[in-house]
Design a protein around this ligand. Structure first.
Ligand SMILES: [Zn+2]
Length: 64
């Protein structure tokens, strides 16, 4: 599975891996530079997790 990288600052997919020795990325849209980019797979997982938590919280609130 190919994962798409996202800029954590602006959400653009135009992030480029600029340093092959380190995990260092640059966003071509907003100029963000850093080691942290969001991977598509991760994002999907996080969204799913957040939805799960939301459901759980609603369940707990209803149980009161
Ligand atoms: Zn950006």
């Amino acid at each position: 599975m190919v994962t798409q990288k996202f800029c954590p600052q602006c959400g653009s997919r135009k992030v480029k891996w600029i340093d092959p020795n380190m995990s260092f990325w640059q966003c071509q849209k907003c100029g963000y530079r850093g080691s942290g980019v969001i991977e598509d797979g991760d994002l999907d997982k996080k969204v799913k997790e957040a939805k799960k938590m939301e459901k759980l919280q609603k369940k707990l609130l209803r149980g009161r």
